[in-house]
Write a protein that binds this ligand. Structure first.
Ligand SMILES: NC(=O)c1ccc[n+]([C@@H]2O[C@H](COP(=O)([O-])OP(=O)(O)OC[C@H]3O[C@@H](n4cnc5c(N)ncnc54)[C@H](O)[C@@H]3O)[C@@H](O)[C@H]2O)c1
Ligand SMILES: [Zn+2]
Length: 351
């Protein structure tokens, strides 16, 4: 079993991957892609690694396929293609592929080795690091899964060249979050970026991965410190769910929703944790620079707050927030008086 986080980067990372695969002498090797990474990444990946997998498994793209039925198909395919306990699976894709592929690998014959090659910014800086694998149960996200580190993660910004801008922006929100919760200097660099091209982003990916992996190393099972990764996510998740289930609303990607969540929670941080108002303003202006303003009306706020009260993470009816006492210094398990929520939305809407 792999419990160490093993991350390598760029072309040296791919070389290290091939070396590790050769060392293991797997009886068979499988690559999992979705329709998009099959089209945009697979040929390049196979050419660069010179790998000749036993088979390439293709799943449909999108969160709606992060379900048990997809796993069952893949387990059946692995089985009929003769995979045994000494086989390995390479997940080449975004967070859906790395989460689901990791889970399929961890459960097939009680666990085979797997490797993650994240191809979205979000999966590079977040999903493929930290050992959480899993699938959704109905509409409930990530309800079924196991915690298990891959043998190796290879992070390479080359894959970003075909990724749509809104997906890049979605992952970038998690990078901004890493700065806000752990590293003011890094936050300062990110908020000053002029655009989000792969060339511009590339040098900033590793520091983000380091923030996440350091937090996870100290608290792999989310007993305390790991909660700081949820900054912006308490309100962000409620906004994400509300926009998803409300037909009249535009589609909001995860990172776009938590970007709003971080601005709202920056306001709550002024009121509950002594964050200086100038810092909260700085956070708001930085997000406005990268993310279009989203209109959230009074009735939307009411519905979002109703969802928030039903969040599965609430304990004994109390909603706990991760807030900031300063940029770079988070506070966990903060309870927020409900009267502040509407004020937070006013702060987000104000110029
Ligand atoms: N395990 C964790 O700790 C963790 C953390 C955060 C998020 N997640 C999970 O990650 C998932 C979201 O990940 P995501 O944002 O990467 O979504 P995703 O995997 O659905 O990828 C987004 C879209 O980009 C496409 N794509 C991927 N790579 C591409 C490329 N290089 N070029 C063009 N298109 C490409 C995909 O096919 C998909 O359509 C969610 O299921 C979430 O629960 C997990
Ligand atoms: Zn997130």
């Amino acid at each position: 079993m792999q419990n160490q986080i093993n991350i390598s980067y760029a072309s040296e990372g791919l070389t290290a991957l091939v070396q590790q695969l050769n060392k293991h002498e797997y009886t068979s090797l499988f690559v999992l892609v979705d329709e998009n990474t099959e089209q945009y990444c697979l040929t390049r990946f196979l050419a660069q690694t010179d790998l000749n997998p036993t088979s390439v498994l293709v799943m449909q793209a999108g969160e709606e396929n992060k379900h048990l039925s997809t796993c069952e198909k893949l387990w059946n395919q692995l089985s009929s293609l003769g995979a045994d306990r000494n086989s390995a699976l390479i997940n080449l894709g975004g967070g859906v592929v790395t989460d689901l592929g990791g889970f399929v690998a961890c459960t097939f014959k009680r666990g085979i080795d797997f490797y993650n090659i994240p191809t979205t910014l979000l999966s590079m800086v977040d999903a493929s690091v930290g050992g959480k694998t899993g699938i959704d149960l109905g509409a409930l996200k990530n309800q079924i899964g196991v915690i298990q580190e891959p043998q190796q993660v290879v992070i390479d910004s080359q894959w970003l060249s075909t990724l749509p801008l809104e997906e890049v922006r979605s992952g970038f929100a998690e990078m901004l979050k890493h700065g806000l919760i752990a590293d003011p200097n890094y936050w300062g660099k990110l908020k000053g970026l002029m655009d989000l091209t792969p060339e511009v982003l590339s040098p900033h990916i590793k520091p983000s991965v380091t923030v996440k992996s350091e937090v996870v190393k100290k608290d792999p099972y989310e007993k305390g410190l790991r909660k700081i990764l949820n900054f912006g996510h308490t309100l962000g998740h409620a906004i994400e769910s509300y926009f998803l289930v409300t037909p009249s609303k535009q589609r909001l990607l995860h990172g776009e929703a938590i970007a709003i969540g971080m601005v709202l929670e920056a306001y709550l941080s002024i009121e509950c944790c002594g964050l200086r108002p100038e810092e909260a303003k700085e956070i708001k202006i930085a997000f406005q620079q990268f993310y279009p303003q989203v209109e959230i009306k009074k009735e939307d706020v009411d519905a979002i707050l109703a969802l928030l009260r039903h969040d599965k993470k609430n304990k004994a009816g109390r909603i706990n927030f991760v807030l900031l006492t300063k940029i770079g210094i988070p506070a966990i398990d903060v309870q927020v008086p409900q009267v502040l929520f509407q004020k937070a939305f006013n702060f987000y809407a104000s110029a």
